[in-house]
Unconditional design. Structure first.
Length: 401
């Protein structure tokens, strides 16, 4: 008997040391209508009852009107059945949700509306999923030096950008919709953006960045980005996707379609790589001079300008854009690995100007464009084994070898 008691004490001691969260987890309920006995009548009140160090779980069962402030929490979950709970800002000048100096925060199934949207400052491992952020008087979501993951989240109808971030990382994990915001869809300064899309099926939907007033996705001031699998950047009011000011973007799969400005804008010593991407129907307002951040005006599909470079590495389709398909200017470099299709653009297929270089490492299909298959000025150079396929085109004194 003594042996059994000692062994029990030993196991209990190990549990207390190794897994304290299992012993002291807190779970509370919020019903802002007051109808549930024993429940808190606000999320704010529930947070005040909990220790900052979790794990803590708050289950919300009704609509609430308040501003939710989460400061210095760890391992906190706030959850609702998707589609059943909306948190409405109680102050138009405040954030409806603010997460500061917190780690391991999960917000699942809640819709947030009004106020100044959602603000995440110095947050780590923050997940917001299965809900929406809308009707903010400024940006839908602002993040500062935070790592935030979004899944199956809709950010729409906000007066500023859908997501405006500085530093840190923002990841769209699939099923996210950033739509109909007055400014940009996603704008990052000096941080990283990942768009990890789906398979385009109801069970595994793509990410969509569409119908925003400015650019779809913008990376600036040394930002980096990766766009993989099913992502659709559609019908935005300026460029679809841009990387500027020493930024880098890599995209494989997905579509960039119907944007008012150029589909892809790489500028100011930046770098872009594209594979198996469709860039079509862009550039409706290119060259009109009325759309900020629309691009150079000489490209509807893709462009690298101002000492930048762009790689199209295979199965990239650039078609039916309302200006030149692919453009390089101002000491920029274009590299094509072959196997790309550049056709039916209103302008040249490829256009090279002002000390730019094109490396054609393979053969592309360049057909049906309004202008030349390849147009060059006297200062630009084309090289590579695929360059000979353009030998009959008017390239002025460009160098073929």
């Amino acid at each position: 008997m003594k042996f059994i008691i000692c062994r029990f004490k030993l196991v209990l001691g190990l549990l207390l040391v190794m897994a304290p969260g299992l012993m002291f987890a807190n779970t509370v309920t919020v019903d802002c209508t007051g109808a549930t006995p024993g429940a808190f009548i606000s999320i704010t009140a529930a947070l005040a009852s909990l220790p900052p160090a979790g794990p803590n779980t708050i289950t919300v069962v009704s609509n609430c009107t308040e501003h939710v402030l989460i400061t210095s929490f760890s391992q906190l979950s706030i959850a609702a059945t998707p589609g059943t709970v909306t948190v409405t800002a109680d102050n138009p000048s405040g954030h409806v949700l603010q997460i500061t100096d917190s780690t391991g925060v999960s917000i699942d199934g809640l819709n947030f509306t009004g106020g100044r949207g959602v603000f995440v400052n110095n947050g780590r491992d923050v997940l917001i999923a299965d809900g929406s952020i809308q009707n903010s008087s400024t940006h839908g979501m602002v993040t500062l030096t935070s790592n935030v993951d979004l899944f199956n989240l809709t950010i729409q109808n906000n007066t500023g950008s859908g997501i405006s971030s500085e530093g840190g990382r923002v990841t769209l994990d699939g099923g996210d919709v950033i739509a109909s915001n007055a400014e940009n869809g996603i704008a990052m300064l000096g941080g990283r953006v990942n768009l990890f899309g789906g398979a385009g099926t109801p069970a595994n939907p793509n990410n969509a960045v569409r119908n925003n007033g400015g650019m779809g996705v913008s990376l600036a001031e040394g930002s980096s980005g990766e766009v993989l699998d099913g992502n659709d950047i559609q019908n935005n009011g300026a460029a679809g996707l841009q990387a500027i000011q020493t930024s880098t973007i890599t995209m494989s799969g997905g579509t960039i379609t119907g944007n008012q400005g150029v589909g892809v804008h790489i500028a100011k010593t930046s770098h872009g790589e594209f594979n198996a991407t469709t860039v079509t129907g862009n550039g409706a307002s290119v060259g009109l001079g009325t759309i900020p951040n629309a691009g150079s005006g000489l490209a509807g599909g893709m462009e690298a300008v101002a000492n930048s470079d762009i790689f199209i590495t295979g199965n990239v389709k650039v078609s039916n854009n309302l200006s030149t398909g692919v453009f390089a200017d101002e000491s920029s470099v274009l590299s094509s690995f072959g196997g790309n299709t550049i056709h039916h653009n209103t302008g040249d297929g490829y256009r090279m100007t002002t000390l730019s270089v094109a490396h054609f490492f393979g053969i592309d299909t360049v057909t049906g464009n309004t202008g030349e298959r390849l147009e060059c000025d006297q200062t630009s150079v084309i090289t590579g084994s695929g360059a000979a396929s353009f030998a009959s085109e008017k390239c002025m004194t460009s160098k073929l070898k």
